[in-house]
Structure formats: structure tokens, C-alpha cells
Unconditional design. Structure first.
Length: 579
């Protein structure tokens, strides 16, 4: 005889005895008391031993609770689910605590798919989850800065541009502050919370800027530290060929000289008369030493066939070629440029374009003109795009080099309007994209390193090591990954500046504190978990489980019946029995 049977017999005996006493006493409400005694005994038994129900469940499915899971998400979990909770996940009845996802998968070896609930998987667990994540029930992002897009480094003298998005901040603004705390750039948040701020990188070195999000009242919502790492670039050698001088060339030459570009130029003034600077020869030696050649359609027409062949041979060997459109294209030029991958034909007058968001110019930025062309280049990438999505320049690979077509007409308006840094950044980025590839490579540094979390450094030398801010040396164990790159894992123990050292060379990066920029960390984990969706794991099968019904309804019924029974028995003691 089991425990349930013994309890049932005891309750039945108690009900029988109480009923016999009630009948003998002859009280007024004896039949109601007997009914309530039976009900209380039955409800107490059901509370102790609730009946079972059969519910379906997905066999092989594991529900993974992650930090930031909300009470609403937890309450919506099916009672038959197999639950595991990662470190930091809220306490949940029936969830098995595990130190990491790999441990959970070893304990539940039949797992075919994962359902992730909460903020998302940390970097530690993503490799184990790869190919298994079937569903992600994401928790709402916290209020604050959730996205940042900024280069890991920039060239000295260039414009340093920071784009991002703030969550749950209306009519606020973003403020970029220098190391002294002074505001150097601001931008209002749009309807989606996005913004763009920028400031010139004045000289080589590194500095810690601050990006602050404030609401409509000026109160600080969130703030993160942004490292500005400016490096001195190597000067390019540019050959400029123009059929006639114009305002664009005037400011382009002035910028090139100020930026340290080694510029050789030839501009035709009239037949047989040209303005030259340097040694603008189009021969094998000059093209072999040049990084970029800039030529417009009139200068292209003036080139001999042998020079064009020589130029294209140099491009296939790695030279960069930028074709400027300054007016209507002749049929010959259009055909020859079509052979380079750019099919351009005349079009109706083009409307003015804006570069406010692209270059973070602000509301007073001028409008720019583009040449009335329709350009078809199916294998080309966009080099410059207007705020409305209009393509203004594009480039494509040609052998070992690159060829670009530029049909923005008047970028010099930037320099005229006082935006010299934006003008320099525009042309520097364009030339750097097209220019001949330099020998040597830089290591790949982590974009978001954080204390206590693994950071990955790739393309490192075997003898490389990391030097922390207090000159502590940490040796790296580099290994070759599946892509053939030599990478090393690094777990920083302190926040601040760190440096990857290879012999005499140093590359600086910054590590965040463990509790810094938590909204951005949450957003990154959610985005990384979404990227794992649609894995190739086996589909889960449907099964059934026998589960007990919840006890609390029976307990509440037992309390109510017991209270009513007590009230009737108390009333029977004060009222005389009926004759």
C-alpha cells in the first residue's frame, strides 16, 4: 500500500467519524456539515496528490534561459519544456542551473534544437550553439546607447565619424566630448534614435573621447568611452591628368599638397599648351611607381593608344585608376570606358544631392550637383552615395588593381563652405579605396574588448604579446584557424589602453570595464544570437509527458471549504437544536 492510499483511508475514516457525530448531535445544519467535511477531505487529498494530465512537448528541444529574461517571458514558457538557466538568468522553477551551454548540451545529449529566451547568448556559448538555434525570444533592449559604428582607427587629419542608435530616447541628442570634457560635436536623435557625430583627428596618437546620450530635458541617459586612435599614413603618389582646369581641380590639388600627397599633374590650357607640376609622364616607369592615376574624359581622349594600353596593363598589375566625368562623353570614350566595366550614357538633368548624413555636415550644408549620367556597372561597388541613396561614384576590380568612375561635379563646395576636414576625408577615402595595395599588413584588433571576456587578435606574429596599461606583459598562444589566419585569444583583466607588440611595432586598442556600456553589450548579444538562427540541427519530434496539475486551486478550495465548515460548526454551538 502506497502513501496516497494510506492518506485516502485516513481521510475517509475521519469523514465517517465526523459525519456519525454530526448525525447523532442532531444539529440544524448537519447535512451541510457532512457535505463540507467530504469536500474538505477530497480537496485536501487533491492538494497533496494532484491528478496528472498528459501534455505534448517537443522532444529534443532545449529551452535556454539567458540574462535579462523578463517575468512575462518566463510565465509564457510551456510546463513541459526542458529548461536550463545560464549564469545571470533569473531564478525559475524547474530550470536546471548550468555554468555554460556546452555543459547543458553534454547533460542533454538528445538535444536537436535550442530555444533561447532573454537577452541572448554571451560570446562564451555561441560556438556551442552554432547550428542548433531554432528560435530566439528576445527581451526588450534597455534604455540607452545600443549601437555604435566607428572605425578602429583613422588617419591623422581625417574626419573621425561616429554613428549609432539610442533606444527609448525621444527628442534627445548625442554629444561627443573630448578628453577635457568639452563638447566637440552634437547631433539630434531621429525617430529611430539614430545619430551621426564627427570631429577631425588632428594628429597621430590616441585619446579617450566620451559619447553621451541626453534626453529632451538635458539629463544624461547613457555615456560610453570611445577610443580615437589616429595614425600617420604613408603619402600616396598620384598622377593627375586633366583636359582643362576647373574649380574641382584647384581645390583637389591644394588639398593634395597640404596632405603630403606626391602629386604630378598635367592640365591642358590650349592646344600644345599645358600646366604641369612635377613629372607627369605616362610611361612604364612612372606608372609603376604611381599609386593612383586620376584622368578625365578629355585627357583620356588625348592619350595615345599605346599609352592607354600601358595604363591598363599597369592597372592589372595593381595601379589604381580614377575616371572623372567633367562633361558629356564622346562615343569613343563611352565605348572605351564600357570596356572597363562602366557603361555610361547621357540622362536627363539630375537633381541636386545632399551629403549631410554621409559626411555629418549639419543642417547648413550645401547641395551638390552630379553629372547627368546613367551608369551601369553590375560588378561595381559603391564608392560614394548621397543621402537619398543616389550613387555618385563606384569602383570595380580590374586584375590586381581597381578602376573607379566619379561623377560628382562639385565636391569643392565643401572646401568653400569651410568643411575642409570633410573635403579631405572625402577624397582621401576615395583615393585610399582605389590606390595600389601597399606591402605589409596590420593585425586585426578587437573592436569591442571587455574585461573578463575573450578578445580575438588575428594576423599576429608568433612572438607577439600584449602589454597592458601598467606595462604588464601577457604572452599570447597563437594558432592557425580554419581560414588560415594566425589568431590568438586574450582575456583582459583590467580596463584601459592595451597594446599588441611585435618587435618594434605597436598597435594600441582599448578595453572596456566589465560594467561599462551594458545596453550596448545587451544589444550585441541579441544581434549575435539572431545571427545563429536557422541552424541545420535535426528537427525536434513531438512527444507527450504526464504532469501533475497545479496544487494551488485545490489548496484555495480546501481553505474556503474549511472556513465555511468552521463557521457552520461555530453557529451550531450557539443555536439550540430543532425539536
Amino acid at each position: 500500500m502506497n502513501t496516497a492510499s494510506i492518506v485516502a483511508l485516513l481521510l475517509a475514516a475521519a469523514v465517517a467519524l465526523a459525519s456519525w457525530r454530526a448525525v447523532r448531535s442532531g444539529v440544524r445544519h448537519r447535512w451541510a456539515q457532512i457535505a463540507l467535511q467530504v469536500a474538505t477531505a477530497l480537496l485536501l487529498y487533491l492538494c497533496l496528490f494532484p491528478p496528472a494530465t498528459q501534455e505534448g512537448f517537443a522532444a529534443g528541444e532545449l529551452v535556454v534561459l539567458t540574462p535579462a529574461a523578463t517575468p512575462q517571458q518566463l510565465s509564457a514558457l510551456p510546463a513541459t519544456a526542458t529548461l536550463v538557466a545560464l549564469p545571470g538568468a533569473p531564478e525559475t522553477r524547474g530550470a536546471e542551473r548550468v555554468p555554460d551551454l556546452a555543459t547543458a548540451l553534454r547533460r542533454h545529449a538528445d538535444t536537436r534544437s535550442l530555444t533561447v529566451v532573454g537577452g541572448g547568448l554571451p560570446a562564451r556559448d555561441r560556438d556551442a550553439a552554432r547550428g542548433l538555434v531554432a528560435r530566439f525570444d528576445a527581451a526588450p533592449l534597455p534604455r540607452g546607447l545600443v549601437e555604435i559604428d566607428t572605425p578602429t582607427w583613422t588617419l591623422a587629419g581625417h574626419l573621425w565619424r561616429v554613428a549609432g542608435r539610442a533606444e527609448q530616447v525621444t527628442q534627445g541628442r548625442a554629444e561627443l566630448r573630448d578628453p577635457a570634457g568639452a563638447v566637440v560635436a552634437t547631433s539630434p536623435l531621429d525617430a529611430q534614435g539614430r545619430f551621426v557625430v564627427s570631429t577631425p583627428a588632428k594628429g597621430p596618437g590616441e585619446a579617450a573621447f566620451a559619447l553621451r546620450i541626453v534626453d529632451a530635458s538635458g539629463a544624461r541617459v547613457d555615456e560610453v568611452t570611445l577610443p580615437l586612435i589616429a595614425r600617420a599614413g604613408e603619402p600616396l603618389k598620384v598622377l593627375l591628368l586633366a583636359g582643362a582646369p576647373d574649380a574641382e581641380l584647384k581645390y583637389l590639388r591644394r588639398w593634395a599638397i597640404d596632405a603630403g600627397v606626391q602629386l604630378d599633374s598635367r592640365m591642358t590650357l590650349s592646344e600644345g599648351v599645358a600646366l604641369t607640376e612635377g613629372a607627369p609622364a605616362v610611361d612604364a616607369d612612372a606608372l609603376r611607381s604611381a599609386d593612383v592615376v586620376i584622368v578625365d574624359e578629355r585627357a583620356w581622349t588625348a592619350l595615345a593608344a599605346a599609352q592607354k594600353q600601358m595604363l591598363m596593363s599597369a592597372v592589372r598589375d595593381g595601379l589604381g585608376l580614377l575616371l572623372r566625368v567633367t562633361g558629356p562623353l564622346s562615343a569613343q570614350v563611352a565605348d572605351e570606358w564600357a570596356a572597363l566595366g562602366f557603361r555610361a550614357r547621357a540622362a536627363d538633368a539630375a537633381p541636386a544631392v545632399s551629403l549631410d548624413r554621409v559626411l555629418a555636415l549639419g543642417e547648413s550644408a550645401p547641395a551638390f550637383a552630379r553629372r547627368p549620367l546613367d551608369v551601369d556597372a553590375k560588378d561595381a561597388a559603391v564608392l560614394l552615395r548621397g543621402d537619398d541613396g543616389t550613387t555618385l561614384a563606384s569602383w570595380r576590380n580590374e586584375g590586381g588593381g581597381r578602376v573607379a568612375l566619379w561623377w560628382l561635379a562639385d565636391s569643392y563646395r565643401l572646401a568653400l563652405g569651410g568643411a575642409r576636414a570633410q573635403y579631405g576625408t572625402l577624397w582621401s577615402d576615395a583615393l585610399a579605396t582605389v590606390a595600389r595595395a601597399r606591402a605589409g599588413s596590420m593585425p586585426q584588433l578587437p573592436r569591442e574588448a571587455r574585461v573578463g571576456e575573450r578578445a580575438v587578435l588575428c594576423d599576429v606574429a608568433p612572438e607577439a604579446f600584449v602589454e597592458a596599461e601598467q606595462s604588464e606583459r601577457i604572452d599570447l598562444a597563437a594558432e592557425r584557424d580554419a581560414a588560415g589566419r594566425v589568431c590568438a585569444g586574450y582575456w583582459p583583466a583590467q580596463a584601459g589602453w592595451h597594446a599588441l607588440v611585435e618587435g618594434e611595432r605597436r598597435w594600441v586598442f582599448r578595453v572596456r570595464a566589465a560594467d561599462e556600456a551594458m545596453a550596448m553589450k545587451r544589444a550585441g548579444e541579441a544581434a549575435a544570437t539572431r545571427a545563429l538562427l536557422g541552424g541545420t540541427g535535426m528537427a525536434s519530434t513531438t512527444g507527450s509527458r504526464v504532469l501533475p496539475l497545479p496544487r494551488w486551486p485545490f489548496f484555495l478550495g480546501w481553505v474556503a471549504a474549511t472556513a465555511l465548515l468552521w463557521w457552520l460548526e461555530r453557529r451550531s454551538r450557539v443555536e439550540p437544536a430543532a425539536p
